[in-house]
Design a protein. Structure first.
Length: 181
């Protein structure tokens, strides 16, 4: 990683994004495979995320924080697509001349993904590091060893933080609906 790319003003984020493009694209493709029912390409998701990031004023001290932020932006976009789809499904795009021909197979998955995103956003308000860990592990697909190396801590500490994040998310998901995800 070129050290001149890190910790620079927001205009430098474009260079960092270009440098990490293939890695970010792999993350987008992995997430879209997990949510195959989404009708968006990895390129579209990644480029929309870039546009969302380019308007921000954030500067990133290291590569892992940039990737974590990019993953969070892409996750937010996927959640927006899910919510839009759910809104349309409930009649927002209703036209008298249209009859639905598709059977909704992924309603439970969509609902669970939205609930998980809301719980993760709430966790980020109180425990930013834990929420970032969940993004790196769940969304980016990093191993505990990779996250530990990025954060400069032991694998065991990362595993303890992961368990803590899982407990907090489970509690929030259970409390918000009265049932487990």
């Amino acid at each position: 990683m070129d050290s001149e790319l890190l910790g620079k003003p927001p205009g430098e984020n474009a260079r960092l994004f270009a440098h990490l493009y293939q890695h970010l694209r792999d993350i987008a493709e992995r997430e879209l495979r997990r949510n195959a029912w989404l009708s968006v390409s990895a390129s579209t998701l990644l480029h929309e995320a870039y546009l969302g990031m380019a308007n921000g004023k954030a500067s990133f001290p290291d590569e892992s924080r940039f990737i974590g932020y990019a993953a969070r932006v892409m996750r937010g976009m996927i959640i927006d697509l899910v919510r839009e789809r759910r809104t349309l499904k409930r009649g927002a795009g209703f036209h008298i001349t249209r009859l639905p021909t598709e059977i909704e197979e992924h309603e439970i998955e969509e609902h669970g993904l939205c609930r998980l995103s809301d719980a993760l956003d709430l966790l980020a308000q109180h425990e930013r590091e834990l929420a970032e860990l969940v993004d790196l592990r769940y969304f980016c697909g990093y191993t505990f060893d990779e996250i530990a190396a990025q954060r400069g801590m032991s694998k065991r500490t990362v595993q303890r933080d992961w368990e803590k994040a899982r407990v907090l998310l489970f509690k929030e998901l259970h409390d918000s609906s009265g049932e487990a995800l």
